[in-house]
Design a protein around this ligand. Structure first.
Ligand code: GLU
Length: 490
């Protein structure tokens, strides 16, 4: 039978890292094996589910590029079928009506937790023949519980954990229909997975203890039991289960931080799986080609945001120019976006070279977007720390160097091809020698004048990228700024 897998999130929160990893592994396996990937929104918990969360989950899946083949199905739409399954178990003597009130059960649980596991069944057995039906017919509220075969040992061959065994002895007769008629998770999930002909249930380790209950339900209902694969927990760097304490956990937060979906997919794939080689940077196609459940590990995976940043930088550098440009433009404030778009239209090759220059050191699209202004806009802001360090301590020296440099570089004939890294370096070093200072004394104030900051790509690359006119204008503006702002306060 061909593979059918599903991702079944509850819309009680955003699509978080753990859920996205589960979705991705299901998607990868389906794509790898030519199977079908279904999306089912488990919205039966009406009080905690919301449309906003449903939208956020769908959007997160789309952003990650995890397209589904069937669905989205909504669990709430299958309630009649869930109920019919529960009533069939009742009819067949595999479930029973439980009239124990929640208060009564809580009291027993407090007195003797062990006895509470079997208490509802004992109460049901103590009823006279036909009494349960009479009371139900009279409208007395009651739950329906699965008559769990306690003598069973449930065994299954988990695709990650291997042979796994649970004794049914300690499991309670679980509620399958609540007193208000609503189905519980374990019943609904079995009923749905059977109905949707799921062949492999892949989900987080937190569901491992539900699996024996579900297998017993499949058997009781006479449905084929699917295979199971339970994925390792994701921990924060401190070894505790990943949570908000560790920072962003919603996939959408990473989108807003400028993480690329390609990098996020790559990163999530390595949370509990490895290709078995040293390769870490992988495209979606490479992941699909390499994915297998055999290399999913049993032990927990650690969420390392440093690594996510690094992977993002790697994917950023692999991205083609057009795609990169459109993403960078989308991150700019509208005034800057207009100038950047105009610059791109006037000279696309030049614009592409700027992005390439900025991308080499960047870890996110935002890093690139933040550094773009000096190359395309007339006005820039000066970082106060850079001003303090390289201009304000010796303002006369800084203006002297900048003016001399400006003079020297204005003599270069850019139109004749003289505005090159080699030539600029030669001129700058020559001038430094003439002035009896190290080249750094010229480079530092120059960098602040050009980009407004104390760090940038190599200064000669910056000069070339910025072009002669803009570079010279920036130097003049820097001198002017120092004269009006720094000397004034001195
Ligand atoms: N709705 C469940 C959850 O979000 C998933 C159940 C399952 O995958 O079986 O945890």
């Amino acid at each position: 039978m061909s593979l059918r897998v599903r991702f079944a999130p509850s819309p009680t929160g955003y699509l978080h890292v753990g859920g996205a990893r589960t979705a991705l592994f299901n998607w990868l396996l389906a794509r790898r094996e030519g199977g079908r990937f279904l999306l089912r929104i488990e919205d039966t918990d009406r009080n905690r589910s919301s449309q906003e969360m449903v939208d956020a989950i769908l959007q997160g899946m789309e952003w990650l590029g995890l397209n589904w083949d069937e669905g989205p199905f909504f669990q709430g739409e299958g309630v009649d079928r869930h109920r019919a399954d529960a009533l069939r178990l009742l009819d067949e003597g595999k479930a029973f009506r439980d009239f124990t009130s929640p208060q009564e059960l809580a009291r027993v649980r407090e007195e003797d937790p062990d006895a509470a596991t079997r208490y509802p069944r004992r109460r049901a057995e103590a009823l006279a023949p036909g009494e349960a039906e009479e009371r139900a017919a009279a409208g007395e509220p009651h739950a329906i519980r699965f008559l769990l075969p306690h003598d069973r040992v449930v065994e299954f061959d988990d695709r990650v954990h291997g042979l796994t065994r649970f004794s049914a002895d300690a499991i309670e007769d679980l509620v399958i229909l609540r007193a208000d008629g609503s189905p519980t998770y374990n019943l609904a999930v079995v009923s749905d997975d059977a109905f949707m002909k799921i062949t492999l249930v892949m989900r987080g380790d937190d569901h491992l203890s539900n699996t024996p209950k579900q297998i017993l339900l499949y058997e009781a209902l006479g449905y084929p039991v699917p295979e199971f694969a339970h994925l390792p927990l994701i921990l924060g760097p401190d070894g505790k289960r990943l949570s908000k304490r560790h920072g962003a956990t919603a996939v959408g937060d990473y989108e807003h931080q400028g993480i690329l979906p390609e990098a996020m997919v790559n990163f999530l794939a390595l949370l509990g799986w490895s290709p078995g080689t040293d390769q870490e940077v992988m495209s979606r196609a490479e992941l699909v080609g390499a994915f297998s459940l055999d290399r999913v590990v049993k032990k927990s995976a650690v969420f390392d945001s440093e690594k996510l940043g690094w992977l993002n930088g790697q994917h950023l550098n692999r991205m083609d120019g057009v795609a990169l440009a459109s993403r960078v433009l989308a991150r700019l404030e509208s005034d800057l976006r207009e100038v950047a778009e105009a610059a791109m239209e006037t000279d696309p090759a030049w614009f592409g070279s700027i992005l390439e220059l900025l991308t080499t050191r960047a870890r996110s699209v935002d890093d690139v977007a933040l550094k773009l202004r000096p190359y395309v806009a007339d006005e820039i802001a000066y970082d106060p720390e850079a001003v303090e360090k390289h201009w304000a301590r010796r303002p006369d020296e800084a203006t002297g160097h900048l003016e001399a440099l400006r003079e020297r570089l204005s003599g270069l004939d850019a139109a004749a091809g003289a505005w090159t890294e080699e030539r600029l370096e030669e001129e700058l070093r020559g001038l430094a020698d003439e002035r009896g200072v190290g080249a750094g004394k010229l480079i530092h104030p120059l960098r602040v004048a050009l980009v407004g900051e104390a760090v940038s790509p190599g200064i000669f690359e910056v000069l070339v990228a910025m072009g002669q006119d803009r570079s010279l204008a920036r130097m003049a503006a820097g001198v002017q700024w120092i004269r009006t702002h720094v000397n004034e306060n001195a």
